[in-house]
Design a protein. Sequence first.
Length: 231
Amino acid sequence: MTDPLPAVSWRKQDWAYLRLRGWILSGHLAPRQRLDQEGLAKELGISRIPLRQALARLAAEGLVVDRPHQRWVVTEISLPNLRDVYSGREAMEVMLAEQATAKVDADQVEVIGSILEEQRSALARGDLDGARALDRRFHHALYQCAEMPRSLEVLDTLRTHSDRYILMFLSDPDRAKAALLEHEAIVTALRAADPDAVSEATRGHVRRGLVDLTGLLAAKPSNSTDEPPSR
């Protein structure tokens, strides 16, 4: 694997954190995979200290865990975790969407609408990575209008925990297009200043993601007895 060298101004731990996070989200570092710190430090061209600092940040996001006698391990993707994270997301996103509708102004609505148009364009040219990034921007721009920064921090943490699930969901163009239509429904209700319609459209959006992902995970063969690979 060849990665660009880190910018001179970056701290080594930041570089390692971003590289490892990208590898986990892309599946290059698989769920339940044990991480060889010496090998990773050599691959990243850094010492063990910034690597451990990067791993600690990833642990705070729930992407890795330090297990006794196994060292660092990439966390599993599982149905219980999916249901836990998405239940929390539903509660927070519905509340923030409803509050945002009461406080959003015309300029903010236009910004949210422009992000939606960017997402539509990204999907039209087959740019799924771009569409995923715009999905996150869309939701953040909407919920920020609620002016509830502490609640938004909680939601950002939940969305970080669900990043691998979102990646799985939006990796299919049809699901990505369906999500875009749901975003359109949210924006339509937002422009009508209808908090009930916005909250219900948001609830349906999160729940459909949960239903589809539950089906995807249930269809995956279990590897619970497999020995996680080393690195």
